[in-house]
Design a protein around this ligand. Structure first.
Ligand code: URP
Ligand code: ZN
Ligand code: ZN
Length: 471
């Protein structure tokens, strides 16, 4: 089947050109000056499907490199399955996710990976890959890290938080980083000082400070900055590449930026919730409403200027990627587990559907350029995690993951209209400029005319190569 996406403005990190995009089967085969014939053939007359993208942007499908579909966590399970979550992602113009397979202390890494394949296989609307959480660094899991690379899993996540669940001590981190440095894996780090946080949490609960906002107040910026600094130092000692996930504190970002300025191979991501939502307006909402916004790292104070600094860091490339950390829980029976004790609220916010729109709003608001939008949401995550140039770019030979984006329409976000399996939206009432118009995933139209038309189980597992950011 051939598809011609005609007359659109094709955006890449190097800029924008008006072009027709020709797709044959699962791949992009050509970018052409609008209206040109190819070897004497009138493409518009011969293409099976013609999509008119005049006055619209044509961008590479979004790559969300941080999601948690049906993840068991906090005494419950993330409410999106691979089926519902990847469908919602497609609605929002994301055509690739990288989810986290989990190994907990005492479990075998490859068993955790097998369980994740079982959850995802045949259920995804879009293509997907996995990172591997190593929740118990020992001789066996270190050995398994080499096997992961041949399985296409070239990044691991370690936790400096959540003692007793996923936590690694500094010695374990050093050993895992040494292994990663040797086998070419990227180390992703949840950088919060979990030992200190657990003391502050216990003290708050003992004082009777049990409302959701204390989740944020017991995870002050110092716990993120200290862990970020320590992770960078350990990476320097071991020669491992380091990618710090879900950064929210401006001080932690400043520490990352200083290390990058010094030439160290360290990277950071942030997420839309840290750019728009805050401790004051959201996490502190009364009547347990703040539970909707409990995630870690926590939302930060607007008055302290974190959001402003995060946008700046995205502009200057101190931060390299925007992911969602999509980890949805319903209020009913899930977030409610923490009524009377914020420490029992499952940590996470759902947003896989809204990242492209929310970051496009950053273009409209003058924080970043159009080209940077594509770079942050698609091209860099593909490069960072060994998917480029298959994903992250519209070029001959790339997978035909293409989004037609309408800058003249608007999106109003609401639980009534979103497609994630959640009984609330953290973005309720947000009006954003721009709207996803048409989504093509590996040559199949999956969203068109406000309808999901993708075949079930269309998404394939992506064996990833090494990060392009290894030295
Ligand atoms: O609150 C969060 N971030 N939940 C998901 C798990 C994690 O640490 O990424
Ligand atoms: Zn994390
Ligand atoms: Zn996460």
């Amino acid at each position: 089947m051939t598809i011609l996406v005609k007359n659109g403005v094709v955006v890449s990190p190097t800029g924008a050109i008006t072009a027709d995009v020709l797709i044959d089967g699962e791949r992009v085969v050509a970018l052409l000056e609008p209206g040109t014939t190819r070897l004497g053939v009138d493409l518009e007359a011969t293409a099976d499907v013609v999509i008119d993208a005049r006055d619209k942007y044509v961008v590479p499908g979004g790559v969300d490199s941080h999601t948690h579909m049906q993840m068991p966590f906090g005494g419950t399970q993330a409410s999106d399955t691979f089926e519902t979550g990847t469908r919602a992602a497609a609605w929002g113009g994301t055509t690739t996710i990288i989810d986290f397979a989990i190994q907990r202390t005492g479990e075998r890494v490859l068993d955790g990976l097998a369980a994740w394949h079982e959850k995802a296989d045949g259920n995804c609307a879009i293509d997907y890959g996995f990172h591997q959480i190593i929740g118990g660094v020992d001789d066996e899991s270190l050995k398994a890290m080499d096997e992961l690379v041949s399985e296409g899993i070239t990044s691991i996540k370690l936790f400096m938080a959540y003692p007793g669940v996923f936590y690694s001590d500094d010695g374990q981190i050093v050993r895992a980083m040494q292994t990663a440095a040797a086998n070419g894996s990227m180390v992703m780090m949840h950088a919060e000082n979990g030992i200190a946080i657990d003391v502050l949490v216990a003290q708050a609960i003992a004082r009777g400070d049990t409302a959701p906002r204390y989740h944020g107040l017991t995870r002050p910026w110092e716990t993120e900055e200290e862990a970020t600094h320590r992770a960078i130092m350990l990476a320097r000692m071991t020669g491992a590449p380091l990618y710090i996930v879900h950064m929210s504190a401006k001080q932690a970002v400043a520490t990352l930026a200083a290390a990058r300025d010094d030439g160290w191979n360290v990277f950071g991501e942030t997420c839309p919730q840290y750019l728009y939502l805050s401790l004051e307006e959201h996490l502190s909402a009364p009547d347990f409403e703040g539970a909707k916004y409990v995630c870690s790292t926590p939302l930060r104070s607007r008055a302290e200027g974190h959001q402003h600094e995060l946008w700046k860091a995205l502009r200057t490339n101190d931060l390299s990627v925007v992911s969602t950390d999509h980890c949805p829980f319903c209020m009913k029976e899930q977030k409610e587990l923490g009524v009377g004790n914020f420490a029992k609220i499952p940590n996470g916010i759902g947003g896989v559907e809204h990242r492209m729109d929310l970051i496009y709003q950053g273009v409209v608001d003058g924080h970043i350029t159009l080209a940077r939008w594509v770079e942050l949401c698609s091209t860099t995550p593909a490069r960072m995690f060994g998917l480029y140039p298959r994903k992250g770019v519209i070029a001959p030979g790339s997978d035909a993951d293409v989004v037609v984006y309408d800058p003249n329409a608007t999106t109003r976000i609401s639980v009534d209209t979103h497609h994630m399996n959640m009984d609330y939206s953290a973005w309720e009432g947000f009006e954003v400029a721009g709207r996803v118009d048409t989504v093509i995933s590996r040559g199949s139209v999956v969203v068109r005319d406000r309808e999901f038309v993708g075949p079930k189980g269309h998404g394939r597992y992506l064996k990833r190569g090494q990060s392009q950011y290894l030295l």
